[in-house]
Design a protein around this ligand. Structure first.
Ligand code: ATP
Ligand code: MG
Length: 575
């Protein structure tokens, strides 16, 4: 491509609403432009990067046996009513009516449409397994669209859906996608981790999120500093410490009432009683599927609602209102405790090894000291209910847990029979019996992957693209556009590169060298060739990698071939 015939509207100013670097750089490098909140036009450079990621995804999906289709963006409400999600999905779903007053939505995801297709076309185990995918535009009316195309409202996603005859098959489909995703993100040059994620009540036993490691990431990732265990915060398991001494009933002290006027929070109570939060048990009253439940945690621990929900097999868990707390405990909030409570009590595992602890007294301005399990109250269930913290032990290897941040670029999910049962996607198995298909779904944010690559690869001058995601592989900067030798040598190398199938951008603008260098740095094209009259007199051109500060001189005659080798080397380094 010749720069002078192209459309790269770069800009110096940092857009006021661009909070993170990839958003700033994508605007400044002329890759995207905002139309309205969360909705962007992909300019030529942005589109080229997007297409490159799409091609990598396509190759790896095809290699893994998935088959490409393209489904409509507009979906009829009836399908969503069948799956039960028309009510459930909430305001992220963009709904509208057509001229016949029929309700529809702009698809935020395609489980309903694909399940409808498959139930109509596939009837026998002989036609299974099948995995269908598409690369398509989604719409989600995100509550907080931000970070440019990282969290847009309209965005491009690759979504795949697998259908299997049984769990074992579904497991194999999941594995195949997991491995394809590893290859895809590896080939994109991203530093990532697959983390175990919570699949909530969707049914599947597990899911993994593919997280690009970046400080600006919206997701907290929990990882072990020793082994490759990684999980998201909701999911990360807390391993029960095995070196704690069991409670000793002989050491139980007499239960005591202490007045704690107006001391409600953990800080207030521990300060007032001169104890540490580890000696206190907090009692949270939750409404679990309508019934009140008391949840007990060590004072310095936080409840993980997703774990509570899973442990109780509940549909919904919600903190009780102040009124409900008073009704259940007989005391205002801040004084709840397990002793004498008439509701179900569940406790975090950490309580198993606690003794003589402090709790609320279920009376205003009262706490209890020397409370003990079994002697003073009982819990119906112990479990892993709390959120992991840095310094906890790794549930896999016992190493130390640390926290980091990540950007979710992909998600693989076991769906089970959630959609196939609701929408009757059934097949006849080998015994001639009808059974629901076992499904999986697998998404990748295409635009978000490009943004994440920039988030991970930039410096103070601009983008430093990993070559597979770069809009061009090589840029040529002829420094004197009025010098025929310079222009001719640049054109020759450019033509040679094009013939070799290398994507090159020839900056043939009649601009000062400084402008060309600045723009080249901003755009982040991995290989830069500079042609100046002085170098050419010695038969040389300069070559420099965007990722390195040193440059080298190459003989002009064999420059194209040397560049070809260099480009290949950059790809090979990501294999
Ligand atoms: P998030 O938690 O970031 O909202 P999600 O869990 O809603 O993501 P999925 O439904 O699993 O996302 O969608 C699959 C992929 O689509 C995500 O892994 C992400 O890369 C991408 N994606 C989701 N929402 C957006 C968005 N608003 N803008 C750009 N990409 C998105
Ligand atoms: Mg989302």
């Amino acid at each position: 491509m010749r720069y002078s015939n192209y459309f790269i509207p770069t800009q110096k100013e940092i857009p006021a609403d661009a909070e993170i670097i990839s958003h700033q750089l994508m605007i400044r490098a002329g890759m995207i432009r905002k139309l309205t909140s969360g909705i962007y036009t992909y300019l030529p450079l942005g589109l080229r990067s997007i297409r490159k990621v799409e091609n990598i995804i396509r190759e790896e999906m095809n290699r893994a046996g998935a088959i490409e289709v393209l489904m409509p963006a507009v979906q009829p409400a009836e399908l969503w009513q069948e799956s039960g999600r028309w009510e459930y999905y909430g305001r992220e779903l963009l709904r509208f009516k057509d001229r016949h007053d029929r309700e529809a939505c702009f698809g935020p995801t395609h489980e309903e449409v694909i399940t409808d297709l498959v139930r109509k076309e596939i009837h026998s185990y002989k036609q299974l397994p099948i995995n269908l995918y598409q690369i398509q535009t989604k719409f989600r009316d995100e509550i907080r669209p931000r970070f440019g195309i990282m969290r847009g409202r309209e965005f491009i996603m690759k979504d795949a859906y697998s259908f299997d005859v049984d769990e074992a098959g579904a497991g194999r489909s999941y594995e195949a996608m997991y491995e394809a995703y590893e290859r895809i993100f590896q080939r994109c040059g991203l530093k990532f981790r697959a983390v175990e994620a919570d699949s909530g009540t969707i049914g599947g036993s597990y899911s993994h999120e593919f997280m690009v490691l970046a400080e600006s990431g919206e997701d907290q990732i929990v990882n072990c500093i020793k082994c490759d265990y990684a999980a998201n915060l909701e999911r990360a398991e807390v391993k029960e410490a095995d070196d704690v001494s069991p409670v000793d009933a002989n050491a139980f002290e007499t239960l005591d009432r202490v007045e704690t006027p107006n001391q409600r929070t953990i800080d207030e109570v521990t300060e007032f009683l001169k104890i540490s939060p580890e000696q206190l048990v907090k009692t949270l009253v939750y409404v679990v599927d309508e019934a009140p439940v008391a949840v007990l945690l060590r004072g310095d621990h936080e409840l993980n609602e997703a774990k509570l929900k899973n442990a109780l097999g509940a549909q919904s868990v919600e903190m009780a209102s102040a009124g409900r707390v008073e009704e259940v405990t007989g005391a205002p909030t801040g004084f709840a405790g397990p002793v004498g409570l008439k509701i179900k009590i569940v406790a975090d595992n950490a309580l198993k090894s606690m003794q003589n602890f402090v709790t609320g007294g279920n009376e205003k301005d009262l706490h209890l000291k020397n409370v003990n399990l079994k002697r003073d109250f009982n819990a119906v269930l112990f479990g892993d209910l709390r959120t992991i913290v840095p310094g906890d032990v790794c549930p896999r290897c016992g190493g130390e847990i640390a926290f980091g941040r990540g950007i979710e670029v992909g998600h693989v999910f076991k769906l089970g029979v959630k959609y196939s049962e609701a929408m009757k996607a059934v097949f006849l198995n080998e015994q001639g019996k009808e059974a629901p298909m076992i499904m999986g779904c697998y998404g990748i944010g295409v635009g978000r992957s490009v943004a994440a690559a920039i988030e991970q690869n930039h410096d103070s001058d601009g983008i430093v693209f990993p070559i597979p995601v770069a809009p061009f592989e090589v840029t040529l900067l002829p420094l004197q556009m009025h010098n025929e030798a310079v222009v001719a040598a640049a054109s020759k190398i450019y033509e040679d590169l094009m013939n070799m199938g290398i994507d090159a951008l020839l900056d043939d603008r009649d601009e000062r060298a400084g402008v060309k260098f600045k723009d080249a740095d901003l755009l982040g094209i991995p290989v830069r060739i500079t042609l100046g009259s002085r170098g050419l007199k010695n038969g040389e051109v300069e070559v420099k990698l965007r990722s390195e500060s040193e440059s080298a001189m190459l003989p002009v005659d064999n420059a194209a071939m040397a560049i070809e080798t260099m480009v290949k080397g950059l790809y090979d380094s990501l294999k």
